[in-house]
Design a protein around this ligand. Structure first.
Ligand code: AGP
Length: 603
């Protein structure tokens, strides 16, 4: 989703902004822009499409010496991806960049238009700069004018504004979407919507809270909330999260699939002890009096929730409900205090999940987040957090975040099972051994990858894919289908294998591709019958199984682990590679698929 960077100092500003935007590229965008304020003059550039277009446009522009700069990548929400709609948005003498959505922009725009203000874009963001200038014209001082502007905005925003009326300052504000202010001892000040652009530049940062706003100028960062000046409590920037490189892989997604083995060891490390599960600073008391679990998430994280809900019920013996965050928010849910509310999010910034978490907190529920990004909004808001430790994930199509989420929730299900006396030590010891095998199982088998590479050419057409499975393999079927549609743009659905006969089987013919997840350790015969029903209607079958299956048109033989979770992880890698190779053959942008954003910070 949109990315923001800002800078105050002596450095070559254009370079810092462009490099920062490059770091944010993986979030998804369709246009970009920057503005530099130096010696009282503002220069700006905008370009549609990839960042290279902005680089090209600015190639002869130099911005050395003291000054201010702001830069933005836009993921279109209001209005098409055009240069006019790209940020920064300009007034007569001020420029603004904005992430989020201004919900009341239409009313504000109408009022401004009635006063004769001319709008040139279709965006909601443009109202900010005009409101600011209107306040200035009404005699307010620049900071006062900014403060008044922020008060009028409803919705989500991270804003940076520069103006010739006060050419030494960047004005900033944050609500519901992230904004970070950083500094170093060379008197440089930085802004960004996530850590990555700041690494190597800022030493200390503040993760702004909702409704924070203020201004920054050389030697001063003034922070306010509801009109009251706040202390600026900087903390060291975590430089452990080094910017990800492709390391010889063709795509970040491919690298991240291959990394799953290594990062899963991190997920397990220190958590699975000889006789117990040890969950960082979460005391056993935290789980006392919990009668039910609700897990809330979006997209891939939702699939991780669905898969592990089987474990919470089957192993921990605790009633578990799974909710899609965007639905949960408006269904007026019954929130009972003895429910543990778990949110899952790779980014920790997904707007729907964050809002659902807020609702649960307000209702007084205990909240726990499963997240990959420390210090993200979701981590900061939840009572307790378990980090997946997958490392930065850049491919828009989530892979290692998914497997580490499932692994961590499996570990959590064992903790709850032990606490509730639902399993004995013997069962736990067996599971513990199985968990220690996960990193090995997640290693990509080069022969299988090669087979998938070859197979993929047969799956570039047709009228659709059905991924089918039962039990925990049904959510994996959903995830396999999501991966494929995200990066191949082919229609794919995940379905419970036993449900096909209740309707979708009507679609069966040779151009309907069925990817059948047929583990040997769980309901094999049941899935087999369902696949046979499809095959009898001439559907093309790609079967994933350790057991030979003669009627399959294509067959990927898995190793045949005895535990369903190990088969689950093995098949997870296979469906990810299948999506990857089909997308490569179709010539798509694997890491930054069309229309998608890595972290979805709007509703
Ligand atoms: C995954 O491949 C997707 N790009 C998407 O569904 C993602 O999982 C979803 O937007 C939720 O993101 P989060 O885990 O960062 O909250």
């Amino acid at each position: 989703m949109c990315g923001i960077v800002g800078y105050i100092g002596e450095r070559e500003k254009k370079e810092f902004i462009l490099n920062g935007l490059k770091e944010l590229e993986y979030r998804g965008y369709d246009s970009a822009g920057l503005a530099v304020l130096k010696d009282g003059e503002i220069t700006h550039f905008k370009a549609v499409g990839k960042l290279e277009n902005l680089v090209e446009k600015t190639k002869n522009f130099k911005s050395e010496g003291f000054g201010l700069a702001i830069g933005h990548t836009r993921w279109a929400t209001h209005g098409k991806p055009t240069e006019l709609n790209a940020h920064p948005h300009l007034g007569e003498f001020s420029y603004v960049i904005h992430n989020g959505i201004i919900e009341n922009y239409q009313e504000l725009k109408k009022e401004l238009q009635e006063k004769g203000v001319n709008f040139i874009s279709q965006t909601d963001s443009e109202v900010i700069v005009h409101l600011f200038e209107e306040n200035l014209k009404n005699g307010k001082e620049p900071f006062e004018a900014f403060e008044e502007t922020i008060k009028l905005l409803k919705g989500a925003y991270a804003i940076l504004l520069i103006t010739k009326a006060d050419p030494k300052k960047i004005f900033f504000a944050k609500n519901l979407v992230p904004l970070i202010v950083g500094k170093n001892d060379e008197d440089e000040i930085f802004f960004s919507s996530s850590d990555a652009p700041l690494i190597g530049f800022a030493d200390e940062v503040i993760y702004l809270n909702d409704k924070d706003y203020g201004y920054a100028q050389k030697g001063e960062i003034a922070l306010f909330s509801e009109g009251i000046k706040q202390e600026t409590l900087f903390k060291p920037l975590n430089i452990g999260k080094l910017s990800a490189q492709k390391d010889g892989y063709r795509f970040f997604m491919e690298k991240e699939i291959y990394e799953q083995s290594a990062v899963s060891s991190e997920t397990i490390m220190g958590r699975v002890a000889k006789d117990d599960i040890v969950l960082e600073d979460i005391e056993d008391d935290f789980f006392a009096d919990i009668k039910e679990i609700t897990i809330c998430a979006c997209g891939t994280s939702y699939h991780a929730a669905l898969a592990t809900s089987y474990l919470f019920e089957r192993v921990s013996k605790i009633k578990t409900t799974v909710e899609i965050a965007s639905e949960f928010r408006y269904k007026e849910p019954l929130l009972l205090k003895d429910t543990l509310f778990v949110v899952i999010s790779q980014s920790g910034e997904t707007a729907d999940t964050l809002q659902a978490l807020k609702m649960a907190k307000e209702a007084g529920l205990k909240t726990l987040s499963i997240c990959n990004v420390d210090n993200s909004s979701i981590v900061r808001l939840s009572d307790k957090t378990l980090l997946t430790r997958a490392g930065i994930e850049k491919g828009v199509a989530s892979t290692k975040a998914f497997t580490t989420q499932v692994l961590l929730l499996w570990i959590l299900s064992l903790k709850l099972a032990l606490l509730r006396g639902a399993i004995d030590k013997e069962y736990f010891h067996k599971e513990r051994k199985i968990i220690s095998k996960v990193p090995e199982v997640l290693k990509v088998d080069e022969k299988i990858h090669e087979k998938i590479r070859r197979l993929s050419k047969r799956y570039l057409h047709g009228h659709g894919f059905f991924f089918i499975g039962r039990d925990i393999f049904f959510p994996l079927a959903l995830e396999g289908a999501l991966k494929l549609k995200e990066i191949s743009y082919l229609h794919a659905e995940g379905y419970p294998a036993g449900e096909m006969k209740h309707g979708p089987i009507a679609l069966a013919d040779s151009e309907l591709f069925t990817v059948a997840l047929m583990p040997k350790s769980l309901l094999y015969d049941k899935v087999k019958s369902n696949v046979e029903e499809l095959s009898a209607r001439d559907a093309t079958i790609l079967a994933l199984s350790p057991l030979e299956f003669e009627i399959a048109d294509d067959f990927i033989k898995t190793k045949g682990y005895d535990h369903p979770m190990l088969e689950f992880f093995e098949m997870s890698v296979i469906v990810q590679l299948l999506a990857l190779e089909i997308s490569v053959r179709l010539g798509n942008d694997v890491d930054m698929p069309r229309n998608l954003a890595k972290s979805v910070t709007v509703e």
